[in-house]
Design a protein around this ligand. Structure first.
Ligand code: PEP
Length: 242
């Protein structure tokens, strides 16, 4: 299975940030590795310009969220069809920051994922437990419930991102055996061809160890994806590129 390294820029990036992506491509001397998929999800304001500049350079562009409907009276929202029209290939749905900041339920995440599929793209469906849930021994139950509630029934491409909430942006990561346990659990509940990304404080220094875990099919990277150097380090640590 082809690995995916996906960058989530969150609410960061202005037009001038395009230079970071150009720096990344320059680090690969103009041609990114063919053995893995590289995806960058900038803020919605930059999707069209990044896609126009980089989709043919080996870096796919994605959205960070979408509305479940195609169009209508939803001021400030953006639809999957609009992201596809702007050149996006993937859309992150159900990120824990959306689930927490906007009260997004599993049912809403599923509706968004279905909208992404209907628009001809693939959703990256995020799941993950809080610190309290892990400490209470409920991590597998919580993630299992999120998968049951958020994943659309389809034979089309879906990507799952396991992102423990307590590991996002904190510098903390689960143990390698906890990552392996969760990814095996998710694999047991999903199609064999679905990529399962790990996300949560992935850095150049820990990427090699995490990406070597069975059933870890790539990484969703937040903070470290904002700097070309760090993203290059993570991509270079993927099996086959080491
Ligand atoms: C994320 O936001 O999806 C994420 C994994 O963030 P970070 O890498 O900064 O922990």
């Amino acid at each position: 299975m082809k690995m995916m390294i996906a960058g989530n820029w969150k609410m960061n990036g202005l037009a001038a940030s395009q230079g970071e992506l150009q720096n990344l491509i320059d680090m690969f001397s103009g041609s990114t590795p063919e053995g893995l998929d590289i995806l960058v999800c900038p803020p919605a304001t930059l999707v069209a310009s990044f896609a126009a500049s980089y989709s043919d350079e080996g870096v796919m562009i994605g959205g960070q969220d979408c509305h479940p409907e195609d169009s209508g009276a939803h001021t400030g929202d953006i639809s999957a069809a609009m992201l596809a029209d702007a050149g996006a290939a993937y859309v992150i749905v159900g990120h824990s920051e959306r689930r927490a900041d906007h009260g997004e339920s599993d049912a809403l995440v599923k509706a968004k994922a279905e909208a992404v599929l209907a628009a001809g793209m693939a959703p990256i469906v995020c799941v993950g437990e809080t610190k309290e849930e892990r400490e209470a021994g409920k991590a597998l139950d919580i993630v299992g419930g999120q998968l049951d509630g958020s994943l659309p029934q389809t034979n089309d491409e879906i990507v799952i991102a396991y992102e423990p909430v307590w590991a996002i942006g904190t510098g903390l990561t689960p143990t390698i055996s906890d990552i392996a346990e969760m990814h095996d659990f998710i694999r047991g509940k999903t199609r064999q061809d679905i990529r399962i990304l790990y996300g949560g404080s992935v850095k150049p220094g820990n990427a090699q160890e995490i990406l070597a875990v069975k059933n870890v099919n790539g990484a969703l990277v937040g903070g470290a994806s904002l700097k070309a150097n760090d993203l290059f380090g993570i991509i270079s640590a993927a099996p086959g590129n080491v």
